[in-house]
Design a protein around this ligand. Structure first.
Ligand code: ZN
Length: 146
């Protein structure tokens, strides 16, 4: 494990998501409007439909999955850092179907909120920037210079 940084809490926002909003877009918009450049978030609620992705590690590409059904948000977890000079939300979501089975993945645009309650914690300090990572093909947090 390599330490990327230590942080201090700056502010904690307790938010309710609007009915029918796009979950990822709404979280991103909130962070950009409030100038939240570094932080983390958690939430729960329900969605009317969802788009999640699975990262195929050998092909190095995301496979999207569209779920056109109402589901409970069992867990929404994410972080906020900088990508291409803008606050960027990276979130994963676990969703429960009517029968209680759970499906989850990388949260994509196209996930429509039925109801949502989130806590977003902004951290103080310098930006944490995403950059291409040759080992994974992903845009990961860049380590500080040694
Ligand atoms: Zn992800």
């Amino acid at each position: 494990m390599r330490l990327v940084r230590t942080v201090k809490s700056q502010e904690i926002f307790v938010v309710r998501l609007p009915f029918t909003c796009d979950l990822l877009s709404e979280l991103t918009r909130f962070c950009r409007e409030r100038g939240i450049r570094l932080g983390h978030l958690s939430g729960l609620g329900a969605v009317r439909r969802a788009v999640i992705a699975y990262y195929d590690q050998s092909k190095r590409q995301y496979e999207n999955r569209v779920l056109n059904e109402p589901m409970e948000i069992i867990s929404l977890l994410g972080n906020i850092s900088m990508k291409e000079e803008q606050p960027f939300v990276h979130a994963h979501i676990a969703l429960a179907r009517r029968d209680g089975s759970v499906i989850g993945g990388h949260l994509c645009e196209g996930t429509e909120v039925f109801a949502g309650e989130c806590v977003i914690e902004a951290f103080a300090g310098d930006d944490l920037v995403r950059a291409p990572d040759p080992d994974t093909g992903l845009q990961l947090w860049k380590f500080p210079n040694p």
